[in-house]
Write a new protein. Structure first.
Length: 167
C-alpha cells in the first residue's frame, strides 16, 4: 500500500514530536511512533488500523524525528487512547531515538517493550534501539503498573468516569 505523507512533513527542516503517554487497545501504547499515524490522510488511517504493528515502524523509518518529548505529566491508562483514565505521573521523557523513547515510556507504564509488537518490529527494521541511556530519574523510581486496555478493571473504571445519564 502507498501511504500519503504530507509534503510539508517530508520537507520539514526539523520535526519535534510531542505525544502524550497513554495505553492503547490496538497497540498497547500510544507514544511517538503511534503519534506519527496522525499525519496520514483519513482514508489511509481507516484502512491501516488493522495493521498498525507493521505501519508504525515504517512511519518511524520514513519520517525523521529530530526530537521527541513525551508528556507524562498526566498520562492515561486503561481503555486509551480515547476513553482511558488519567494518571498523575509527573514525568517528561525526551530523546531522539523513537524506539528508545517509546521503550522507556513502556517500562514506566509497567510494560515490557519486547511485548509491544510495533516496537519489536521497529528494532528489526533498524528504526532504533530499545536500550536507552536514561539521564535523570531512573525508570524504576517513576514506574507504575498501568491498567491494560480492555482489562475488566479498566472497563469498569471507564464506566465510572462517563457522565451519568438520567431519563
Amino acid at each position: 500500500a502507498k501511504l500519503q505523507i504530507p509534503k510539508t512533513v517530508l520537507e520539514a527542516d526539523r520535526i519535534v514530536n510531542l505525544p502524550k503517554m497513554k495505553t492503547s487497545g490496538p497497540t498497547q501504547v500510544t507514544l511517538s511512533l503511534k503519534n506519527l499515524f496522525g499525519l496520514l490522510a483519513n482514508q489511509d488511517k481507516k484502512k491501516l488500523h488493522r495493521v498498525l504493528d507493521e505501519v508504525l515502524p515504517y512511519l518511524g523509518k520514513v519520517i525523521r524525528q529530530d526530537m521527541i518529548v513525551v508528556d507524562g505529566v498526566v498520562a492515561m491508562e486503561g481503555n486509551g487512547p480515547l476513553v482511558g483514565n488519567p494518571v498523575q505521573l509527573g514525568v517528561v521523557v525526551a530523546g531522539v531515538d523513537p524506539v528508545a523513547v517509546d521503550s522507556t515510556c513502556a517500562r514506566i507504564m509497567g510494560l515490557d517493550p519486547k511485548e509491544v509488537k510495533h516496537l519489536v518490529r521497529a528494532v528489526e527494521m533498524g528504526v532504533g534501539s530499545m536500550d536507552a541511556e536514561v539521564i535523570g530519574t531512573p525508570v524504576e523510581e517513576v514506574a507504575r503498573k498501568f491498567l491494560r486496555p480492555y482489562s475488566v478493571k479498566a472497563v469498569f473504571r471507564t464506566f465510572r468516569t462517563l457522565p451519568k445519564i438520567y431519563l
